[in-house]
Structures are given as structure tokens and as C-alpha cells.
Design a binder for this molecule. Structure first.
Ligand code: FES
Length: 77
């Protein structure tokens, strides 16, 4: 749903900010459990602009399970 809102905002040339969720292990930018694209959600976010979201190829396509493994959003989520 967040990806659809992002796509709609970009199409309408609106600036948006979204708050992303990831499983945090260290919470201080050391373990990379919360990485998405070039960003660490715990350190660089959790709020990201549409410009930052555009640099995240996983956004709207992949999530991470509790072990940190990438899982396609279509796989039971
Ligand atoms: S939770 Fe460890 S780097 Fe973000």
C-alpha cells in the first residue's frame, strides 16, 4: 500500500515522507539488519522522502524476515 501511495505521489509530483518499518537488532547502525537500499532505517530514518525512496530498489517489492533474509512481498505478505 505504501508503494502505491509513493507511486501516486510521484506521478502527481507531490513531495511525501513515509515512515518505514524494519526489524532492528542493534538499533544504532552496526548490524545492517534494517538495511534498505543505501540506507539503514535505524540510523538514517525511519522517515524517508520520495527522493530517498527512489534509491531503494527493494521498496514495495521485498521485505526482510526476522532473520534478515529478503523475502518477496508476494510470498505470503
Ligand atoms: S538495526 Fe542494526 S543497523 Fe539498523
Amino acid at each position: 500500500m505504501m508503494k502505491k501511495i509513493y507511486d501516486t505521489a510521484v506521478k502527481a509530483r507531490c513531495h511525501i515522507q513515509v515512515s518505514l518499518e524494519r526489524v532492528f537488532k542493534c538499533g544504532v547502525g552496526i548490524c545492517a539488519a534494517c538495511v534498505i537500499g543505501p540506507y539503514l532505517v535505524c540510523h538514517d530514518g525511519p522517515v524517508f522522502s520520495e527522493v530517498e525512496l527512489s534509491a531503494m530498489p527493494e521498496f514495495g517489492h521485498m521485505r526482510r524476515d526476522l532473520s534478515g533474509k529478503k523475502v518477496p512481498l508476494t510470498a505470503g505478505h
